[in-house]
Design a protein around this ligand. Sequence first.
Ligand code: ATP
Length: 370
Amino acid sequence: MSESTTEVRLSKVTKRFPNGLVAVDKADLTIAAGEVVCLLGPSGCGKTTTLRMIAGLEFATEGDITIAGRRVNDLPARERNVAMAFQFYALYPSLTVEDNLAYPLHAEGLNRSAINERIRQVAKVLELESILKRLPHQLGEGEKQRVAVGRSIVRTPTCFLFDEPLSRLDIQLRQTMRTQIKEVLAKLDKPTVIVTHDQIEALTMADRIAVMRAGRIEQVASPHDLFSRPANVFVAGFIGTPQMNLVGATLLDTAASGGVVTARFHLLGETISAQVEAGVAHLSNGSKVTLGIRPRSFELVSSGTSDALHATIDLVEPMGAEVLLHLVEADADLRCVVPHTMKASVGSKVGVRCKPGQLHVFNESGILVQ
Ligand code: ATP
């Protein structure tokens, strides 16, 4: 089977429920073999419905879903051969690790030697070989979780679908599990879709993230690209903590010199100039834009420094090695992260300036200008 036919592909997939609600709206998404794609977005944006349509638990109203080269729109779940897990289930306490792993395979009607071979492969990937004969109560927490993962991947489906798989785990286990799961999935060479509302989980587990809002896929990109080039204002504000500052501004003019474009903006009653992407030069002077500046892209400068915004410190929030400053200026709240060694007290006036090359400009429709 060629690589292109092992992928999962959604083309213009729409789900309209009988009550008229469009839960998923013309979703386009391709998940390659060995790739982990996380569906990320606020509650109700259509993540689970998308996953359920791939699994065959919901039928798409429009569009095409293909799995391993076959259009599956009209196939019931049992004929799609996908593995869907809602979480990593608890183990059967009276069964050994080996028998826990074998359990999902009995339902497939495999013979004993085929079952043993699958268990051997999964045990190798998850490093469970030395504990196959143990009972769950003889295992450490991490081992139990590895067996639970093993249970959900022991079959040989065409793709893996997980819905909030780590949501029931305690925070420490969640951290170790997400890196472990990523490693395991990479070895299995199948397309994987994971639904999560936890962006840290998505950023650590995904090769690519599909950010959804109100049924639409707003952007599909690697974690790094989502962070450094958010396609629009929604993604910019959704990805990254503390949240990106998004401030309305007017573009005054642009100038190009030696391949570098500089723009002057009017915002919060002040005028600043900053290095921008070349595309900003194509906007007309006077255009309304939104400027996006990550809290760590601001630097504190002394009052009166050119191109700085001037604001008053409203709140100082300790964050370990850093502090988060909440600044107010002209009715706007700005967030700025600085090292904890920096002296900052509530009520004092400070200057903040965006570090070079770290300003995002969104046009009047909220689309990133590049
Ligand atoms: P959450 O993170 O809260 O699980 P989600 O992003 O997974 O949210 P979905 O569960 O896919 O969102 O729901 C998308 C929208 O579709 C929501 O408005 C939800 O209320 C609606 N919805 C889901 N199932 C049905 C249904 N069977 N009938 C009508 N509306 C539904």
